[in-house]
Every structure is written in C-alpha cells, then in structure tokens.
Write a protein that binds this ligand. Structure first.
Ligand SMILES: C[S@@+](CC[C@H](N)C(=O)[O-])C[C@H]1O[C@@H](n2cnc3c(N)ncnc32)[C@H](O)[C@@H]1O
Length: 467
C-alpha cells in the first residue's frame, strides 16, 4: 500500500445529496484524515480529491453510507483520445506495478445515465489493450480491478451524444451501502410507523462519529432504529420513550399483513437479529421533560428524532389543573395525565440536556422539522455550549422539510447558560393550521371542478338537442 498523496475519485449514490459533505467531514474528522479537494461539483455524484495514503481511502470507505466506491484516478478527460494519451504516458510509471504474471485483473465499464450492451462494453474495454497487462483475467476477486467510467450527466431526458466526463483508474473500496439492505425495515423484527430508515439512521451514526466502545443515547427511542445503526459501529446503546406500549412491543402492528404483534417483538430482539445484542444496554419508559438521570451521567453521543406531533403524540407528563391532588388510595394505580409538549420546549430541553450530559467534544445529532419558505438559520435551536457543525436538508414535500442538525459540545455549561426557544417555530401548530387551509383550498378546487363539469355537460346536452 502506497504512502504518498495521490489522486482519487469518490463516487456517491445520487441520493440525499445534501448529506454528503457533512458525512464526509464527520468521517475525516473521526479518523483525523486531511483531504485536498481538487474538484467538487455541486450536484454531480463524484468528487476528485487527493489523500495522503490508500489506507486513508479504505478508512473513509469503511464508514461512508453516501459513497458508492472510491478509485485511484489514473486518467480523467472530457475527450476519449486525450484520456488514452494520458494513460499511455503513465502506463510505465503508475500502472505497470499492478500488472505482473502472477497478478490477476479485470476491467469494469460503468456508464451513467446511458445504457450500453455487454458487447459495446467489451469493445470499450478493448480500447485499453495498450496497457501493460500480463496476468490472467479473473472476474471474481481479482488482484486488481480497473474501472472505466463514462458520465452522461443526471438528466435522463437530455442524454448527450458523447459523455461529459471520462474516468479511468484502479478500484480501491466500496462504501457501506450494503448495510442499507442488511438493516432493511422490510426484514426487521420490530418496526413501527415511526421507524427511521436504515440509510438515514446510519448517516446519523456517522454524524455522531460513533465508534467502538462509545455510549450512545436516544431519548426518543421509539422502535430503536437509531440504536441499531449506532451499535453497528460499535456503540453501546440505550434509550428512553414515554410510550409504554411501544417499548413493550404492544402497539398496533404497522405491517398490513400482520394482525397482532409477535411475542418477541422489541428493541432488544432487533439488536439480537443483527448480532448486536451485546451492544444493547436497555430502554426505559420515561418522560424526557423530566429526566431521571444522575447529574454526572455522561454519554459520548445523543442521536434522536424527536416527535413532531404529526404521526405520534408530542406529550409530556403534566396537568393544567392548578392544584392537582392525588389521594393516597389512588397513588399505587395512578396513571399521570399528560399535556402537550410543544416543539420549542422539546428542543429547549434537548439542547439543555445535551449540554449537560454529553462529554466535551461529544455530539448531538437530531432532526428538526420546518416549513421551507420560512427557513432561516436563526430559527434553528442554539445553545452556548453546542456548536452547530452539520445542517443537511431532507425535503419532505413542496412545503416541508426536516434538517439533520449536528452539534458538538464545546464546553460544560455555566450557571445561566441556556437555549432560548423564542425563535423556534412550532412545526406542529403550523402544520395543522396550514393543513386546514390546504384542505379548504382542495375542497374549493373540487367544487369549482364539479361546477365546470356540470356546465360542460349541460352545454354538450344543449348542443346535441339543437343538432
Ligand atoms: C419520531 S419518534 C422516534 C422514532 C424512532 N427513531 C424509531 O426509529 O422508531 C418520536 C418518539 O418520541 C416519543 N415521545 C413523545 N413524547 C415524549 C416524551 N415526552 N418523552 C419521551 N419520549 C417521547 C414518542 O413516543 C415516539 O416514539
């Protein structure tokens, strides 16, 4: 493995584009890797970078969910003749060491946004016959895999005649996208309406820089999807949730094919299913607005998806009565009443809790829902002890999105340090207020349409009688 700065191509999945940079930054920082960016287009799915060693590339790929693969870039051009000319000039110096009698190899042709038959691909491979190949071709696990990529852009409705870019190089590693399939909700034992999909859960674990031996908390744990992802990277995980039925696997099943919950449906059984039982600490029924932890409890990271109040209730233990009294004979069986837990209050509590219970340098990774038209950075929750280092948008609809926020704890709180929630817009309130408006608009539109149809029908009736 070489130990000198070389040029690499990172190829990303064309999904969750806004998360790439934040994820890569977190991984680089986790492994303390320096990266020089040579070319980083805004929306195309590749970056050209320089890194100090192949080992650094392997480390990045060992964690990244956004990355499809990485290769050492031997040639790149918009013109096929120039690409071949460049490769010829490098053949002896860079390429030859990878070819000898005892080394097998294969060449893969990838074309983006344009389909080619296998024969056409073979013809493309043959144009590289001047390279100093010596060993045998081996399709499964060869010593060296070469990649030739033709990039035709991202718009399937405007595919150019010739590719925009050509790349040739040596494949080094794939990213961790196989995990998305491995942890799929389709095959997971215990899921609910709120289960977070594995791709986003894994991205969150990377944003939190979860590493072997870390202690990770999800205070709004639900079905525990975020614990599954964190444990995959070696985190010891625990969570809390106010919903007793959810934590005991007794809510209504969310799969339409299932009538009742299985006996063994639980967060713990999910962890067992993926062989991560030993990374599972526990889940506890608890109201986050009244944390039960010792004040000196510290965790390495907090990853969470707080309730927005759309699919699940946002509630906390409380009462609107001025002087509630619980008689002694009621105490043993009393179920506390609940009141609304507004989003500004949830985030105020979450940031204050994180400032207190995270280790210094530990990370809080959480989703924040908002209306896209009204978004401004000033609206995001902030706290003097937490520095916002990641902010990636996932668009949910024309009007709404949620942002994955990553905060790093920079110091312990002092007396009087606190988040101010005055500028946080209550997503739930707005959602239902605007939702009503939208419903009213839709009703009016339907009424107009019905009136138009009636007029058309009457007109055509008149016309046919006149004829
Ligand atoms: C968006 S869901 C989290 C889903 C979870 N990430 C999963 O994969 O299933 C929010 C969770 O917060 C819980 N919750 C609501 N109010 C709470 C409170 N006051 N304290 C603790 N949990 C609460 C809900 O019961 C719900 O399970």
């Amino acid at each position: 493995m070489s130990n000198q700065w070389r040029r690499y191509l990172f190829w990303f999945a064309h999904e969750h584009v806004d998360f790439r940079l934040a994820e890569l930054d977190s991984i680089l920082n986790l492994f303390n890797i320096k990266l020089k960016t040579i070319y980083k287009p805004k929306s195309d799915p590749y970056w050209i970078v320089e890194l100090p060693s192949e080992c650094a590339v392997q480390k990045i790929a060992s964690r990244s969910i956004s990355l499809r693969f990485c290769m050492e870039l031997w040639g790149n051009s918009k013109d096929v003749d120039i690409l071949h000319k460049n490769l010829r000039s490098k053949a002896e110096e860079i390429i030859k060491p990878y070819f000898s009698n005892d080394k097998s190899f294969k060449i893969i042709v990838e074309t983006f946004c344009k389909h080619f038959t296998q024969n056409e691909k073979i013809q493309k491979i043959e144009t590289f016959s001047y390279l100093p190949f010596q060993g045998t071709v081996k399709l499964k696990n060869p010593d060296t895999t070469l990649l030739y990529i033709e990039y035709y852009g991202l718009d399937p409705n405007a595919i150019p005649e010739k590719p925009y870019e050509l790349f040739f190089g040596r494949w080094i590693a794939d990213g961790q996208r196989d995990l998305i399939q491995k942890l799929s909700l389709k095959t997971r034992k215990f899921i609910g309406n709120t289960s977070m999909d594995p791709q986003l859960s894994l991205l969150m674990a990377n944003q939190a820089q979860v590493k072997r031996g870390d202690i990770v908390l999800d205070p709004f744990v639900g079905t525990g999807s975020l614990l599954v992802a964190a444990s995959h990277f070696g985190g010891y995980t625990f969570g809390t949730d106010i919903d007793f039925l959810m934590l005991h696997g007794r809510t209504r099943p969310s799969r339409i094919t299932q009538k009742t919950r299985g006996e063994d449906e639980s967060v713990a059984s999910n962890m067992e299913q993926y062989g991560k039982g030993s990374y599972y600490l526990d889940v506890v029924v608890s109201d986050f607005s009244r944390p039960m932890w010792r004040s000196d409890m510290r965790v390495d990271s907090i990853i969470t998806d707080p309730p927005y109040g759309i699919r699940e209730a946002t509630e906390r233990v409380g009462t609107l009565k001025t002087h509630p009294v619980i008689e002694e004979h009621q105490a043993a069986t009393h179920i506390p009443s609940k009141i609304v837990y507004g989003l500004p209050q949830i985030f105020q509590d979450l940031l204050n809790f994180s400032a207190k219970h995270l280790k210094v340098d530990g990370r809080l990774v959480c989703w924040f829902p908002l209306y896209r038209d009204h978004y401004s950075e000033g609206q995001l929750p902030n706290h003097p002890c937490l520095f916002l280092i990641g902010n990636s948008e996932q668009v949910l609809s024309k009007y709404t999105s949620r942002r994955l926020l990553t905060y790093k704890k920079i110091r312990d709180p002092l007396d009087g340090d606190a988040i101010t929630s005055s500028n946080i817009v209550d997503f739930r309130e707005k959602y239902f207020a605007l939702g009503d408006e939208t419903r009213k608009e839709r009703r009016l539109k339907r009424a107009e349409e019905r009136a138009r149809n009636k007029e058309d029908w009457e007109r055509s009736n008149r016309e046919s009688t006149e004829r």
